[in-house]
Ligand binder design. Sequence first.
Ligand code: ZN
Length: 217
Amino acid sequence: MPTMPLHDQVEALLATADEGTLPIVAAGDPVLRRPAEPVDGQLSDTLLARLVEVMRRTMRAAPGVGLAAPQIGVALRLAVLEDTATVTEEVRAARDRAPLPFRVLVNPSYEDAGGRRVAFYEGCLSVPGYQAVVARHERVRLRALDEHGRAVDEEVGGWPARIVQHETDHLNGTLYLDRAELRSLSSTQTQEAVERWSQPTPRLAAAELGFPLPESG
Ligand code: ZN
């Protein structure tokens, strides 16, 4: 199996998709801890398009705002993003959470583009049942290719910048918990737990749980 070409591995995996979705790999699987391979012609255009479609459906079904290929067990530098931002106006304003239309990132990388860091609760489909506060760059310069092989080089800010960083980190074998304030770790397994830290910012959580926030956050 490890010697099977990636093309055949992906063909075999997609054949197991149930209603177009695949199970999400959970933390503890080494595929989430290895740097993924750059997309470089391993998959035919048709197979790449089928893989993207299954990732889109899996992300929506979860539901989530991003999904990286290693999260379905494919060690390729590929991610899908989409955020309909169905949050209150107050939360949207505090977190700069503008809707992010569906997009595909191939071989993405990012660097700090603003110098400011902002901290908010975030979660991960591969770490179900928890959320934690992560300080991230408020703005990043994103470089990638899109699904048609066109170059992407743009500045991204606000919540979409957080999603770009989270998903690109997955492709480097990094989970959000590696960057999180561990004292902020909170269950999301009951409605009561979800509501406890649902304020627009994590200031109260920082005071009550005892973790630092960046000065700007
Ligand atoms: Zn994640």
